[in-house]
Ligand binder design. Sequence first.
Ligand code: UD1
Length: 311
Amino acid sequence: MSHIIVTGAAGFIGSHTVDQLLAAGHLVTGVDNFRTGRRSNLNGASASKNFALHEFDLTTPGAFDHLLAETRPDAVIHLAALVSVQESMANPDLNYTLNLHATHLVAEAARVHGVKRIVFASSAAVYGDATERPIRESTTKRPISPYGAAKLASEAILLGHAAAFGLTVRCHRYFNVFGPRQDPASSYSGVISVFERRFREGKPVTIYGDGRQTRDFISVHDVARANVIAATRSGIGSGVANICTGRPTSLLDVITVFRAHYVGSAAPSHAAPRHGDIIHSLGAPEEASAALDFRTEVGVEAGLQELIHSG
Ligand code: UD1
């Protein structure tokens, strides 16, 4: 049994990571400031005697440092973040504070208190609008948003700490994550969460472009499992890996699954492609397979069925 701290524990990916850690018998301490995380995401976890929750902001001076001094965890899974690319454009300063400065504080506290491992939520956004297919870890990183830039800089900070101070750091570049508990708050939320809500409410979805654009959609259950492996398996070295399926799915494919369930639903409406939208985004999963022995297990269709039935 390991003791793992999960930052952003009440978030979409965080709460699933907490659930899987608890199911595997680990002791989990969650941290969240509830800026975008939701208490209801932790309903299951809160019933476990192996789970404790601390509510504070990682940038509160000394707060995380104090928690590590007190709890001395084996690893930190750092998922707390400003999660919206659009919000990072509207407020680059807040993006800097929550995505980069907070990560530096986590790295420093881990160094001071001898935490052996950090798993970090990076993003395919570090690649910007790269057109290579599939995108490999070696693909040129050219972020096109403050969000992507902060994720890339955070990787550098963490890996610098790993090299200088001997802790193990795993940076996970998540592709398009979907599944239960994803917040469809705005039209810029993950497209599957937006579509799921529209179908459930009997409203037509809007397709920006012709719907043939593809993404590497990965189930949150697979993403959480990658986090658990990276935090708990022995013999893992530092590095960066795409967390993706390696399989492209078009929006039209996604809509076909929804329409088969919501028989008689309104036909999708079409709008102009979004400014800056990329047509295809596909990750190469081989590095995660080699470094973590991680392979995805939930296909997009099965993941969509689960989402539809959990709503
Ligand atoms: C992701 C980010 C986005 C960012 C972009 C580039 C998320 C959820 N999105 O977008 O903020 O600008 O990377 O770094 O992190 N779509 C529709 N109808 C909808 C919603 C979306 O057709 O109602 C389309 C989009 O135009 C896009 C595709 O669905 O072509 C996927 O959209 P999205 O889920 O936002 O993912 P990314 O495009 O990868």
